[in-house]
Design a protein around this ligand. Structure first.
Ligand code: ADP
Ligand code: MG
Length: 634
């Protein structure tokens, strides 16, 4: 038999290795910025387009490379950072495997320009899919500029797995922050499409954090400082009252490297015990210094986990350091801990007060009125509230659909979500999502009896059926109804929007601006009229289903939901917007409903695309059959 084993050609080997190092545009950002830091840069600029799909470029003023090194840099395992295995334990650089550039070049169009400080000319290399297409001398400033275009151009499977632009953008931003937060000694900027997201000069750590999160942060930071034999802990935690519903401003760094650690998270949370309600997480920025040999970072280049030798001792130190810091702050709340700098905090202007929203609402209008044909259709005055579409016009709800419900229930047992594209959800990314199959407690031959529904605990609607009763979760039911409406809104050629008497404004965070821009067309399709101008979001009109809600607050809720939901890569943008709007606008548990309202919700639910499952994948209805009830009595 002939020999079968062959060495893979380099470009194939590189492509395989690339899969490990480069998962998405954010991985490219991480590798390029780390290289720039290793090259001793004092200024690093990141430029990206379309969440990094089209372009990721990093420009630095670091050491630069010679023409030969520039070519070598694309070879696998080519590195200037370690020479032998021993060096691994003395690592002071971010990179060391010599894989990043080779990997990136294997799956993208790369242009590398670089110039040594004492050289007259730089060199420019074009590398496409691991092939060096050209190398030429070039006039340029000192340092290196690498631009990576058309990521995964030759790996369509990978390309198709990328998230929406908004998702990729958030990941770029996160990668940028993980570096910006630990290198205030480096000036850094981030431009995305046409927006300047950050422009951070060289500054102190506290100033850096404040510049990233806004001046309001200055008052919220409590410094932490603790030095022991095994670890030095420094940085800031936030005052307890500024705890957030998400963990997205929680950062640990060890020896200038970002890492994640659930165990240490817990140590911080523990220090806040009794100070923050459960479900709230105080932001923190904690920096550890430990001897390099006491941690293992050589796990994987893309991993953010780090092994610590003295885990438990460190847990205790973190906890007590944070506790001590909070204690000092509590005893002397007015003490100024650090006079690092002064900030321009804009004073509250006199006469500036919170404007109450004013919306044109027809006070006599009853949204739950079952006879919808006489509801006004114009956008001017009157409005239908819970239903934005008017079932009387586009769909009829009559009791007979209830029977179909049981038919439908049977078929839905295996089908997960009809509203979302395919119902597949990454549980890690979004714990809110819970996809369940429907229990098959429904019986085809159950008959329905229409009786007046009752509300239980201001949360559930109890409705009799011939052979028992149903409990309907009012919030989830309303979510389902609204979600369907928003999702199908486009097909309904009817004005569902209501002009506001006064334009309302929202001040957007710079970092959120891109997301707002992505969201705006969808919001507008769903009945909002939202315009974005230089960081100001103006609300000119709202969907009639917004009811008497404060438009600003509703929109901010929708936006927050959007931020969470857009992590779910399987929902398209329209579905994400519909989901966020439905969750923000649906009537919550705790709201008292009138008989008519309950009747409306019940009817509309059964006319919806999936009465059993909320758009979040949660159960809406629980059935209790006579059989079960009788059994209980025995
Ligand atoms: P590693 O960073 O693990 O060494 P890379 O593939 O990221 O591997 O880079 C290969 C080599 O290219 C580096 O060791 C470094 O010598 C050089 N290099 C990469 N980026 C830069 C840069 N921005 N400035 C100077 N040298 C660079
Ligand atoms: Mg590197």
């Amino acid at each position: 038999m002939s020999d079968l084993i062959k060495l893979l050609p380099d470009h194939i080997a590189n492509q395989i290795a690339a899969g490990e190092v480069v998962q998405r545009p954010a991985s490219v950002v991480k590798e390029l910025i780390e290289n720039a830091i290793d090259a001793g840069s004092s200024c690093i600029n990141l430029i990206a387009k379309d969440g990094g799909r089209t372009l990721v470029q990093v420009v630095d003023n670091g050491s630069g490379m010679s023409a030969t090194d520039a070519r070598m840099a694309f070879e696998r395992h080519a590195t200037s950072k370690i020479a032998n295995a021993n060096d691994l334990f003395l690592l002071h650089t971010k990179g060391f495997r010599g894989e990043a550039l080779a990997s990136i070049a294997a799956i993208a169009h790369v242009s590398l320009k670089t110039k040594l400080h004492d050289a007259e000319l730089g060199t420019e290399i074009i590398n496409e899919g691991s092939k060096i297409a050209s190398q030429e001398p070039v006039m340029m400033a000192n340092g290196t500029s690498i631009s990576v275009k058309n990521l995964f151009f030759n790996v369509p499977a990978r390309r198709n797995f990328l998230g929406k632009n908004a998702t990729e953008y958030r990941k770029l931003l996160e990668e940028f922050l993980r570096i910006a937060l630990v290198h205030p000694e480096i000036g850094m900027s981030f431009h995305h499409n046409d927006d300047e997201i950050y422009n951070l000069p060289i500054q102190g750590l506290r100033q850096r954090i404040v510049q990233i999160y806004g001046n309001k942060f200055n008052q919220r930071l409590v410094p932490v400082n603790e030095e022991t034999d095994i670890i030095k802990v420094s940085g800031f935690v936030l005052k307890p009252e500024f705890a957030k519903a998400s963990r997205d401003q929680s950062y640990f760094f060890v020896n200038n490297r970002y890492f994640k650690d659930r165990y240490f998270n817990h140590a911080v949370a523990n220090a806040y015990e009794g100070l923050v309600p459960s479900g709230k997480y105080p932001p923190y920025f904690l920096y550890f210094e430990v001897p390099t040999k006491s941690i293992d970072v050589n796990v994987h280049p893309t991993k953010t986990e780090i092994k610590f030798e003295e885990n438990q001792a460190i847990y205790a130190i973190i906890r007590s350091a944070v506790k001590l810091a909070l204690g000092q702050f509590n005893i002397a709340p007015t003490l100024d801990f650090e006079q690092e700098q002064s900030f321009n905090i804009p004073p509250l202007k006199k006469g500036e007060s919170v404007k109450l929203p004013e919306i044109a609402v027809d006070p006599n209008f009853n949204p739950f009125k079952p006879t919808r044909s006489n509801a006004p259709k114009s956008s001017g005055g009157g409005s239908r509230i819970i239903s934005s579409k008017g079932f009387g016009e586009s769909r009829t709800v009559d009791p007979s659909v209830w029977e179909n419900f049981y038919e439908g229930a049977k078929n839905e047992e295996t089908e997960i979500e009809s509203g979302t594209s395919d119902g597949h959800v990454d549980a890690d990314e979004n714990e809110e999502f819970e996809i369940k199959t429907v229990p098959s407690s429904m019986n085809n031959d159950l008959e329905i009896e229409r009786k007046k529904p009752t509300q239980i605990n201001e949360k559930y609607i109890l409705t009799s059926i011939k052979n028992g009763f149903l409990l309907i979760d009012q919030y989830r039911a309303h979510c389902r109804i609204l979600y369907d409406e928003f999702l199908n809104g486009e097909n309904v050629g009817e004005v569902r929007s209501q002009k506001l008497l006064f334009v309302e404004e929202i001040e957007a965070d710079k970092t959120d601006l891109f997301l707002w821009k992505e969201l705006a067309p969808e919001l507008n399709a769903a009945g909002f009229e939202v315009t974005i101008d230089a960081g100001k979001i103006s609300i000119l009109a709202v969907p009639v289903s917004l009811e008497d809600k404060n438009p600003q607050r509703a929109l901010v809720d929708i936006f927050d939901g959007f931020k969470t939901n857009q992590q779910n890569e399987d929902l398209d943008l329209k579905a994400v917007v519909a989901l966020s709007m439905a969750s923000a606008l649906a009537t919550k548990g705790g709201n008292k409903l009138t008989g008519e309202e309950m009747q409306y919700l019940t009817d509309a639910l059964f006319a919806s695309s999936s009465p059993q499952l909320s758009p979040h994948g949660k159960k809406i209805i629980e059935t209790f059959t006579m059989d079960e009830i009788t059994k209980r009595f025995n």
